[in-house]
Design a protein around this ligand. Structure first.
Ligand code: BT5
Length: 262
């Protein structure tokens, strides 16, 4: 992977500029800095290795050279997008899932709100970070990390949830550049459609644990935990859960952790 390859694989996509790093701390940090300095919508930061890649809530994300994908997109949201910034993470997850289907024939699922699973193991994670100017959303950075080859998968004791790689699930080598192109294509396709019902449908069709008993844990202690059957997603992207009392509760995106009840 290099700058020239990235330029040609983004041909025809609304990606005005690219920064490529053989190694950096975090592509989200690079993108946030670049956005603050005025980078336009669609700019892309890619790294072969991240020394301090991060997940949500201060968690770590592991990226290994040659075998992972790690990149961040700078978004300058429209008024509609600014009204529902919680849709950026599922937009990223849907793009990754669709690319896995198109490139490798894999049936990926989305673990609400921001993980992509293959065979119930995490293959990719999404991190959205937002910069506000007083009460206006100035820009967002959408970071995607993915395990392409088995060597990218961290040891089990470093993980909160079982993990896998694309090649492990596909059972054959996978073209990392082609996968990146397919993710970006799907991202820009769905970005224009997040207000449409088809977006929620496409997301819900790939929703992991649907019909299963789940526990939605309040990870920051701010919200009450909710237990019940995962029903689906409502139009604003909230997760719908039927509690044991039979009531359907909508849980908005936030500091919540989803895991199957065991
Ligand atoms: C995420 O957070 O899954 C979001 C990951 C986003 C990473 C991208 S890479 C490009 C951009 N630059 C960054 O610095 N970040 C973004 P979360 O849901 O909080 O999950 C984090 C947890 O996933 C960790 O605590 C580990 O348990 C697990 N984990 C870490 N590395 C992993 C890997 N390579 N594969 C699977 N699981 C991993």
């Amino acid at each position: 992977m290099d700058y020239q390859t990235l330029r040609s694989l983004t041909t025809g996509l609304p990606v005005p500029d690219i920064r490529y790093f053989v190694e950096t701390g975090s592509t989200n940090d690079e993108a946030l800095g670049w956005a603050a300095a005025g980078a336009p919508d669609g700019c892309l930061v890619v790294a072969d290795r991240q020394a301090s890649g991060r997940g949500r809530l201060g968690r770590k994300w592991v990226t290994c050279p040659g075998v992972s994908l790690a990149f961040s997109l700078i978004l300058r949201p429209s008024a509609d997008e600014s009204a529902r910034p919680s849709l950026f993470a599922p937009l990223g997850a849907l793009a990754v899932s669709q690319a896995l289907e198109v490139c490798c024939g894999l049936a990926a699922q989305i673990k609400w709100p921001n993980d992509v699973l293959l065979e119930r193991r995490k293959v990719a994670g999404i991190l959205v970070e937002i910069a506000w100017t007083s009460d206006r959303l100035d820009h967002a950075v959408l970071g995607i990390g993915m395990n392409v080859s088995p060597r990218a998968v961290p040891p089990a004791d470093a993980l909160l949830f079982p993990a896998t790689s694309v090649e492990e699930a596909a059972g054959s080598p996978v073209d990392r550049d082609g996968l990146l192109r397919a993710i970006l294509e799907a991202f820009f396709y769905w970005r224009k459609r997040t207000q449409a019902e088809t977006f929620i449908q496409a997301w819900e069709n790939r929703l992991a644990f649907k019909g299963e008993q789940i526990l939605l844990e309040a990870s920051a202690g701010a919200t009450k935990s909710v237990e019940g059957e995962l029903i689906g997603i409502d139009l604003d992207g909230s997760l719908l859960v039927r509690t044991s009392a039979g009531a359907i509760t909508a849980v908005a995106a936030g500091d919540l952790h989803l895991r199957p009840k065991v």
